[in-house]
Design a protein around this ligand. Structure first.
Ligand SMILES: [Zn+2]
Length: 101
């Protein structure tokens, strides 16, 4: 049986008692349509994935990460509430602390 824990506070989540929330983040380079056309319902995200699959021959791992990246987190109810209230603020404060050199 799979046991989950909160990715934010590391608290183990009891499947019988705790609600578990899943956060999925998709970060990808915005691509504007090259030209407008009436019947254009192309899925640009799909195209990005397509490009990445073609690039996926090994040489361009770092570029791929820059262009398209997904992340997935499990959160407890408390952390979910905080995350929804400040989805970027918390991340910026806690995880992108590059300035301490
Ligand atoms: Zn938590």
């Amino acid at each position: 049986m799979i046991h989950y824990s909160c990715d934010q506070c590391k608290r183990p989540l009891d499947p019988d008692e705790d609600l578990r929330y899943v956060v999925k983040m998709e970060v990808y380079a915005a691509m504007d349509p090259l030209e407008e056309s009436d019947d254009d319902d192309r899925d640009y995200l799909l195209e990005v994935q397509d490009i990445l699959q073609r690039m996926d021959d090994g040489a361009n791992d770092r570029i791929g990460d820059d262009v398209y990246r997904t992340m997935r987190f499990d959160l407890c109810a408390d952390c979910r509430r905080k995350f929804v209230a400040h989805p970027l603020g918390r991340a910026a404060n806690k995880q992108f602390d590059f300035s301490q050199n």
